[in-house]
Ligand binder design. Sequence first.
Ligand SMILES: Nc1ncnc2c1ncn2[C@@H]1O[C@H](COP(=O)(O)OP(=O)(O)OP(=O)(O)O)[C@@H](O)[C@H]1O
Length: 581
Amino acid sequence: MLSIVKRLINFSGKYSLRLKWAIIFSILESFTINGPIIFILYGLIKINDNTLVKEDVVIAASGVVISVILRALFRRLVDGLQSGTGYKIFADERMKIGDYLKKLPTGYFTEGNVGYISAVLSSDLNFIEEHGMSTLSKIVSGSIGVIISSIIIIILDYRIGIVVSLTTIASFVILDKLFKKSSENSMKKQEVQSKLVSAVIEYVKGISVIKAFNLEGQKSKATYKSFKDTRNILIKLEKSLLKPFLSLDVFIALGTGAVIFLASYFVTKGTMELPIAFMMMIFIYQIFLPFRVIGSALPLGRIMIAGLDRYGKLMEEKILKENNTEVNLNNFDIEFHRVSFAYEKEKVLKDISFKAKEKTMTALVGPSGCGKTTIANLIARFWDIEKGSIKIGGIDIREMGMENLLKNISMVFQRVYLFNDTILNNIKFSKPEATMEEVIKACKKARCHNFIMDLENGYDTIVGEAGATLSGGEKQRISIARAILKDAPIILLDEATASVDPDNEKHIQRAIDELIKEKTIIVIAHKLSTINDADQILVLNEGKIVQRGTHGDLIRKRGKYNDLWEKRMEARSWKINTSVS
Ligand SMILES: Nc1ncnc2c1ncn2[C@@H]1O[C@H](COP(=O)(O)OP(=O)(O)OP(=O)(O)O)[C@@H](O)[C@H]1O
C-alpha cells in the first residue's frame, strides 16, 4: 500500500510537495473525523458518572463544533492542493513524452510498438490521470483513519482494541494478496489492449488492400480476435476483483459482530461501563468505514502501478544520443566509413565506405532489399549505426544534434505523408516563416501551383487525413515543393517507381530537376532513369558495395550493373512490344 503512495508521489515530480502537504492535511482531517464521537463519549461518561456540570456540556458541544469546522477546513485544503494537480502533472508529462518520442529512433515505431505506445499513453496514463489523486487520498486518509480508530479503541478498551487491530492487520495482508492477482490480470489487459490498437491501426491502414484482395473475412477475424481477447480479459479482471471485495465484506461483518458481542459480554460481566460499550458499538462502524475506502482504492492503485511500470518501460527505450552543440559545416560532403548496420540480428549493411562530394549526385542501385533505403535513412540518423562512422562536412552526424543535422537535409520519399491541414501549411511545414510569394515560387518550380489553384480553396484547401484527397503524383509534387522551400543543401531522394502515370512522372521529373540544382544528392534509383547523369553510382548487393563508378565506366566493366542495366532495357522493350501487340 505504501508502495502505491510512494510511486504516485515520485511520479508527481515537481508537484510532489503539494501532494505531501495534501497528505499532512489528510492526516489532520482523519483526527478531526473522530472528534465528535470522542466529545460525545466524554459527555456520556459524565452523565453515567452523575458528574455532569455546565462546563462539561460546553466542552462537549464546542468540541463537536470545532471538530466539524476543522474537518471541513482540512478537507478544503486537501481538495485545493489535489484538485487539478493530476491534470497539471500529466500536462507536463505529455510534453515530456512528445520530446522523448522525437528522440527515439524512427525504427522503433513499428506497428506493434505503436500499439504499445498508444495503449500506454491513452489507457494507462488517462487512467492514472483520472483516478490517481482520489486513490492517493483514499489510501492515505483510509490508512490513517484505521490507525487512529484502532488507537482510540485500544484506549477505550484494550481487549477489544487487540481484537480489532488483529482483525485489521490480518485482513490487510489477505486483501493485499488477493489484489495482487488482479494486478496480474491488469498486466494482461494492457497486453491485449496494445494488440487491439495495433490490429485496428493495421486494419484501417490496409483497408484498400483488404478490399482489393477480398481479405475482409481473414483480416476481420484477426481484428475480432483482438476484440474478443480484450473482452475476455476485462471480464476476468472484474471477476478477479469480486473475491477480494466479498472477503472484505465478510471481514467487516465478522469484525463488527465480534466487537458487539465482546462489548455486550464485558458489560454483563461488569468489566466495561455501559457508555463505553454503547460508544464502541457506534464506533465500530466508524473504524470499518476507512477499511472499506482502502479496499476500493487498492485495486485501482495496483492497476496504476502496473500502468506506471509500462510507462517507465517505454521511457527506458534507448534514445538517440543528442549533442546540441551548434556545428557550422564548411561543406556538405557525405562520407560513410566502414559502416555496418543491423535492424535486428542480421546485418543489412556490411562494411560500407564511400564519399559523396558536395554538389554531386550519388545514385544507389541494386536489387530489392540490398540496403539502398537503409543507407539514405542512416544519413538522416533514423537509426544509429553500430560500427563505423557517417560524416557530413567532416563531422560525425552523432556529434551534431538532430535539429542541426535535419535542417541540412530534405527527404523526398515515395510514401508522402501530408498532415490533415491546409496545403499551404503542409508546404510551409519545412519553413514556417516563409512568405506566400516564396511558397508560390517553390510550388511553381515543383509543378504543383496550377493544380493547387484549380482546387476550390486553392492553397487553403484542407488535405484529407494522410493526404487522401490528392493523387499520388500530386502529393509527391507537394512534398517536392516542401523540399524546394526548405532549400537544404543535402537531398535524399527516392526515385519514383512505376506507380505514377507517365504525365505525372514527367512533371515530377521536372520538379526534381529544380530541386536538385547545386545540392548534394543521394538518389535511390529504382528505374535507372536518373542515373545516366550521376557523378557516382554505387551498386549494392546483399548489403555490400559490389561496384562503383559512372554509368559509362560500369557499362564498360560488364558486371552486376551491366546485368541490371540490360534487364532494365529488356523490360522496357518488353513493355513497348506488349503495348504495341
Ligand atoms: N524497419 C526495418 N526493420 C527490420 N528490417 C528492415 C527494416 N527496414 C528494412 N529492413 C530490411 O533491411 C533490408 C534492406 O532494406 P532496404 O529497404 O534498405 O532495401 P532497398 O534496397 O531499399 O529495397 P527496395 O528497393 O525494395 O526498397 C531488407 O532485408 C529489409 O527487409
